[in-house]
Ligand binder design. Structure first.
Ligand SMILES: *Cc1c(COP(=O)(O)O)cnc(C)c1O
Length: 406
């Protein structure tokens, strides 16, 4: 028996408007790019556009120091190396995140150790992280997933008590603030991504922020082939990568940064409305909020569906139904990173070589989340009220027709 209402079964789709456009740009962006082109100064060692962006971005994130670089993945690796994390050190990471969070540890010869997440927010659980600390632990990477913010009071305290580097993976949280202070400035180092899907984008790109001068100097060196800030061209006092971005990226990021706050407000209004519209719908639970999040980055709209009863196949059927309703880009989200064979193989290889234990990671909450989560990309929060109401209608329709999808 099928409900004719579902678009999958020939009913009218709940959403008749296309996904709101992303990225957003106009002649201002084109002019900025052409200006760099005509200047002939295409690299940041020749021009000053990236440097200007760095100052603007650092200020936007309430940070004393900010450096731009080529992507968010290597921002994490640079942060770890700048903070002194190296061979055999353990780095605590959540398993519900993009692979880069764990891969960054492996890139510097360190061992990613997984600690489970909170079932209501998908964020790294400070208690689980605390329980994973050993005498080899050197860093924790709380991820501000979806634009929500990990418990930075707890993580900053863990960092102080156990002398650990805290790296805020803020790839999804540009503009988010914890009790009034922007992410990236709340502990040791913050890392950001400007990849195509992110709320601030130049196609690719990244940044690191800190309030600590020593860490700032080390970050600069990691990005600039080990050079000394203010030093000579061939003065390399440590071994560093070349992770610089181009002036073209810097120019685009400056114009895009000018739009960010207004876009974030729009997304926030729509997300709050979506929360309201879904609050009484049985079978779907949008992620919890936290009053300490004085500004939510609104990168993803995350929901769990008790209606799936932990059945990932039913989740996948519902996802197809949502796509048919017009909700393009809705995603079943991450797969458990603590079960990723490549990551676990590399982690074990390092631990084995050094004679360190690497117990099979146990993260039951993440396993559960990966069976019943669906998220929407940020662009769905950039529509008007009618778009948001039709998004809620699509979700409601699918979740109330769940028995037709079994
Ligand atoms: C996007 C992302 C990254 C990596 O950024 P890239 O710029 O794509 O390399 C790292 N961590 C998280 C949580 C991300 O979402």
């Amino acid at each position: 028996m099928s409900t004719p209402g579902l678009a999958l079964n020939g009913g009218a789709p709940a959403i008749s408007t296309p996904t709101p456009a992303w990225p957003v740009y106009d002649q201002t962006d084109a002019d900025a790019l052409v200006e760099v082109l005509n200047s002939g100064r295409w690299g940041s060692t020749a021009g000053d556009v990236v440097q200007t962006f760095e100052a603007e971005f650092a200020a936007h994130q309430d940070s004393k120091y900010g450096f731009a670089l080529n992507n968010g993945t290597l921002a994490l690796a640079a942060a770890l190396r700048a903070g002194g994390v190296g061979i055999g050190d353990e780095v605590i990471v959540p398993p519900y995140t993009f692979i880069a969070t764990a891969a960054a540890a492996l890139f510097v010869g360190a061992v990613p150790v997984f600690a489970d997440v909170d079932p209501t927010t998908h964020l790294l659980d400070p208690e689980a992280a605390k329980a994973a600390i050993t005498e080899r632990t050197k860093a924790i990477i709380p991820v501000h997933l979806a634009g929500a913010i990990a418990d930075m009071d707890a993580f900053a305290a863990l960092g102080r008590e156990h002398d650990l580097l805290i790296v805020e993976d803020s790839a999804q949280a540009t503009g988010a603030a914890w009790k009034g202070t922007a992410v990236g400035s709340l502990a040791g180092i913050g890392t950001f991504s400007f990849q195509s899907s992110k709320n601030l984008t130049a196609g690719e790109g990244g940044a690191v922020t800190t309030n600590d001068e020593e860490l700032a100097n080390a970050l600069y060196a990691m990005i600039n082939v080990g050079r000394v800030r203010g030093g000579g061209w061939y003065e390399h006092t440590i071994v560093g990568w070349n992770l610089r971005m181009t002036e073209f990226q810097g120019a685009l990021l400056r114009t895009q940064l000018g739009r960010l706050d207004a876009q974030q407000k729009e997304r926030d209004v729509n997300a709050v409305l979506l929360d309201e519209l879904l609050a009484d719908v049985e079978g779907v639970t949008p992620d919890a909020t936290d009053e300490r999040w004085t500004s939510h980055g609104r990168h993803l709209y995350m929901m769990r569906f008790p209606a799936f009863e932990g059945n990932a196949e039913l989740r996948d059927a519902a996802l197809k139904a949502l796509h048919a309703e017009g909700l393009a880009g809705a995603s079943s989200g991450y797969v458990p990173l603590h079960r990723n064979e490549a990551v676990v193989r590399d982690a074990k290889a390092i631990a084995d070589r050094l004679g360190q234990p690497y117990p099979e990671p146990q993260c039951p909450v993440t396993d559960e989340l990966c069976r019943d989560t669906i998220w929407l990309p940020q662009s769905w929060l950039l529509g008007n009220e009618e778009t948001t109401r039709s998004v809620a209608a699509a979700i409601t329709k699918v979740v109330t027709s769940i028995d037709d999808l079994r």
